[in-house]
Design a protein around this ligand. Sequence first.
Ligand code: SAH
Length: 362
Amino acid sequence: MSVTDPTRYDPDRSQLAELLEGEPAYRIEQAWDGLYRQGRPLEEVTGLPAALRSRLAEALPTALELAVEQRTDDGATTKWLWRLRDGAAVETVLMHYPDRTTVCVSTQAGCAMACGFCATGQAGFERHLGVGEIVEQVVRARWAAGDRRVSNVVFMGMGEPLANLDATWGAVTRLHDDVGIGARHLTVSTVGLVPGIRRLAAAELPVGLAVSLHAADDDLRDELVPINRRYPLAELLDACEEYRRRTRRRISLEWALIDGVNDRWVDADGLAVIARRLAAHVNLIPLNPTPGYEVVGSSRNRVHAFRERVAGAGVTVTIRDTRGRDIDAACGQLRAGSASSGTGAGVPVDLQRPDRTRRDPT
Ligand code: SAH
């Protein structure tokens, strides 16, 4: 099967009608409703005749086959490693908070941005995901969430969403129009691809934008986020200002705190200047250790002191809780740890932690 063959969540309404040619219009609506509003596995979409269900299943196979499922944080975090139809692997994370439920989706298998501290970046780029492969991650997570309604989707999984903007945008509109998630509850995270930020600024839906800043001067950022050599800070910040002006949305700046690298006062002060200029919110992420990067995350004390320093300059700043750390659930590590991913990065996670992991029985 080629990666361009449509999967279950690829077609729009009219393409679905074409695929189900001969069926009455109300059946098409019923199928659409089953796929998106109910979001059930096809076998459970009651009301659809069995013949139609099997016609659908054959024309539109699911994109994602479960490879590994892990649960942690007392059941508040679930992470899936999916096998795509061509064998590529991507991750999705579902996180319940007291006030919201968030799904974190991947937009590419691998990533070409090569940020040294990121597990996905270390493994390199495999391919873009299609709209259906992104949307299905949300539908499957939503089904697993049961009564806890999925309120937010963040494009912060594997890959660089703005390097795959057409599919990312296709997924954004599908999630907005058909899954029913408001633009305020959709957030796209980027390393800072300036043309993509400008395209998003001009788009119809004002989604949230998170920018992975990590450094406030070009020398350090060139090292941590190599794409900075192509789109240096001055250009990036201009694009962010345009985004803010046109969408009227507050940008978040992401900052993974790395011991002795970007957690000095000079870094905090540089970050505060940028955050004030953009009226941005700052999200500090204690660095998750990854196998391919020697430097470690800042200590707890340092993270808090850094926060105080930035907050003292009049910036709103939060520390992101690192969900699922004990199950390698952060930042591409599930795939990196899976023997079948082809990265050769160690034994499968489910062998490391048999108590928390199960493999799909199929
Ligand atoms: N490519 C996009 C989205 C995916 S990464 C982007 O870079 O924004 C989502 C966030 O996790 C980014 O802010 C990224 O820099 C951060 N991240 C990657 N590896 C990390 C690690 N080991 N520890 C903490 N944060 C990490």
